[in-house]
Design a protein around this ligand. Structure first.
Ligand code: NAP
Length: 328
């Protein structure tokens, strides 16, 4: 090794969703012996698990290669197994802080140690924002009809020909509501104000769709049901009136939060919403040797398959970057 990186790992991958594991598979097969910091489970305010958003997804039906579908947890276990098979080492800790000012880079772990790395791939994802209601989080983690991704879950059998609800007034909520009209009998959009945040074009699509009904000035104050959702309790944000709406699916679309807090002070450029900024068609961040992949750098597509593709790209670019630096 050169570049002052003799005692350093060649590549450290932070995050263990589809982007992180795919980057690991490619880096491991390129003999880079990557280390994946897969994170530690946290429960506050909503569950965050090693494996990422898919650990909260009961059934994945849109990932190519699984014609019968696969559970999100099984899929992440398969990704992990494949990465380990080729020599990936896995550490069950978070990375809490990064120093990218000197080479090799220094990463501080949640276990209180440091790891030095010639290159780093950031793949910590983004978490869906939740309202924070106990029943909402319980039913979201048990496949009980509460989801933060209509594209992932909307086509599942329990939602077919049933009344559904979407919470939110932004572009995501509009997109999800329109998408869900393919499956549900009726889609209610619950918004806490009387004015949408979404772009005019997206609003028009929703407001003119006969299957969509707007519920203005309302927030979801409880989710009703035992093992599966039976309805939602609504509280009017203007007069406080409480009502019940029977629905068999609830889709939360109130934004996402990229997991970039650990990059504070590291110099990695983020966009206005806090996502890692990548220049067009490259996986390299503004810092030479630091790459990013998956939802941490993508607020648009947020799919397992796009994250995996970005992980592949980041690993290939990282391998070429290391080779150009003479780090083998
Ligand atoms: P967003 O624009 O931040 O909108 C979030 C919505 O959720 C807002 O309407 C907000 O209400 C509501 N909200 C937030 N917290 C809430 C809570 N606790 N309870 C109830 N409602 C709550 O997020 P987004 O829709 O996910 O969009 C994120 C970015 O991606 C935006 O820049 C968007 O334009 C972009 N995007 C683009 C497309 C597209 O062009 N096809 C599709 C999707 C997303 P308030 O309005 O009252 O604050």
């Amino acid at each position: 090794m050169s570049d002052g990186a003799s005692a350093a790992e060649r590549v450290v991958i932070v995050g263990s969703g589809p982007a992180g594991w795919t980057a690991a598979i490619y880096a491991a097969r390129a003999n880079l012996q990557p280390v994946v910091y897969e994170g530690v489970p946290t429960a506050n305010p909503a569950p965050v698990l090693p494996g990422g958003q898919l650990m909260l997804t009961t059934e994945v039906e849109n990932y190519p290669g699984f014609p019968k579908g696969v559970s999100g947890t099984d899929m992440m276990e398969l990704f992990r197994e494949q990465a380990v098979r080729f020599g990936t080492r896995v550490v069950g800790e978070n990375i809490d802080r990064c120093e990218f000012g000197a080479r090799p880079f220094t990463l501080h772990t949640s276990g209180g140690s440091t790891v030095r790395a010639a290159s780093v791939i950031l793949a910590t994802g983004a978490t869906a924002n939740w309202i924070g209601l106990p029943n909402e989080l319980r039913l979201a983690t048990t496949g009980g009809g509460v989801s933060a991704c209509a594209v992932c879950d909307g086509a599942l059998p329990p939602f077919r020909d049933q009344p559904l609800a979407v919470v939110g007034g932004g572009d995501t909520a509009m997109e999800e509501a329109s998408y869900l009209t393919k499956f549900g009998s009726r889609v209610h959009v619950i918004h806490r104000r009387a004015e949408l945040r979404a772009s005019k074009a997206m609003q028009d699509r929703v407001l003119t769709n006969p299957k969509i009904e707007m519920v203005w000035n309302s927030c979801v104050s409880d989710v009703l049901g035992g093992d599966f959702i039976e309805g939602i309790q609504l509280t009017n944000t203007v007069d406080g009136a409480v009502s019940t709406l029977p629905v068999k699916g609830l889709f939360i679309a109130i934004g996402h939060s990229p997991a970039t807090g650990f990059l504070k002070g590291s110099g990695v450029a983020l966009d206005q919403a806090g996502y890692v900024h990548l220049s067009s068609r490259s996986a390299m961040t503004n810092i030479d040797g630091v790459f990013a992949a998956g939802d941490v750098a993508d607020s648009v597509y947020r799919q397992a398959v796009t994250a995996a593709g970005m992980g592949c790209q980041a690993a290939i670019e990282c391998e070429r970057w290391l080779a150009a630096k003479g780090i083998h």
